[in-house]
Design a protein around this ligand. Sequence first.
Ligand SMILES: O=C(O)C(=O)C[C@]1(C(=O)O)C=C[C@@H](O)C=C1
Length: 342
Amino acid sequence: MSGRWHMYVAPFTDFSASPIRGLGPCRIHLSTMDESNGGPSKRRQDGPRLAYLGPEGTYGHQAAMAFSASMLKAARLVPCETIYDVWTSDAEYIVMPLENTIHGGVRETLNCIASWYGPVRPSMTRPPGPQVMADLDLPVDHSLIVKAGISLQDIKWVKSHEQALGQCARFLDQHLPNAKRIPVSSTAGAAASLLDSQEQDSEITGPGAAIGSKSILETLPGLEILHESIQAVKNNFTRFLLFTRQSYPIRPVSSIHTLWVVLPDSALPDLMASMPSMTLKTLLVVPMTDVAEKSGSKYPRLCVVELSSDTAVSLPTFTGSPLVILGQSGFGAGIDYRQCSQ
Ligand SMILES: O=C(O)C(=O)C[C@]1(C(=O)O)C=C[C@@H](O)C=C1
């Protein structure tokens, strides 16, 4: 498959180790699967590792290829079985789905961020966690996939990632109201299981279907598409974040234009008041289950927030605040993550 995806590059400011200076933030367009730029296959050997939700054919795989194609040294892609495995993998880069046009925040990703950065871990003892470096809006177009020969009337169950089942709920309500919806760890894993004759799940009887990208068929012959574009709206995107756990020194920058933070919802008004010229671009809310009893609040929440501004803004000092900086990008000298792949 090919496609041009819009990607926002958030270079970190690092004055000591920077191989490039003065790049500043930029918007780039990627022709992600384009072999003419060296392509993933030619450049795969010795790059840094980039973990994603596998197997091949997931949307996470598409996002990983897009990020990798934009790096000077293409990454070695490491498929993981679940989103939790991606988060805890020791790869230098990890790709996590954050939110979707139709179904909203990706629960597993938000839980990973909340459990790492939430107040349960005292900030003094917290080892450096993954830091946001870039994000990507990936077009997500789902198909109903079956084993060759199966028709709509035959389908007794539908498997996919929880997000894909949610994004296609309208279609399922209308065309397969009696089919059991089975959430599994990935779309491509769901499709692969259609061919697995060893499938021993007692809940599953009779023929079923999977929901995922039609590009899955490239690696899984024996499957076919029954319906295309079955998500509730045609223009459907999932936003992926590229994190690094390589500890590039992240220095406070004097002027930022984008700031990713994690903080309890009670601290949000103060943050907004301290940065009046920044716009709230992303706000995702996660219940803080682990602190529910201690906090005294019926609804303790953690927010994942992206603030941005078209002009340079000074970063206020947040001494003693419960805020954790998840990523930041600034103007002026900085390193572009594409150059960071040593
Ligand atoms: O299962 C996949 O293909 C994934 O990459 C995961 C995921 C998600 O977690 O949201 C990614 C994009 C789509 O929204 C559906 C599923």
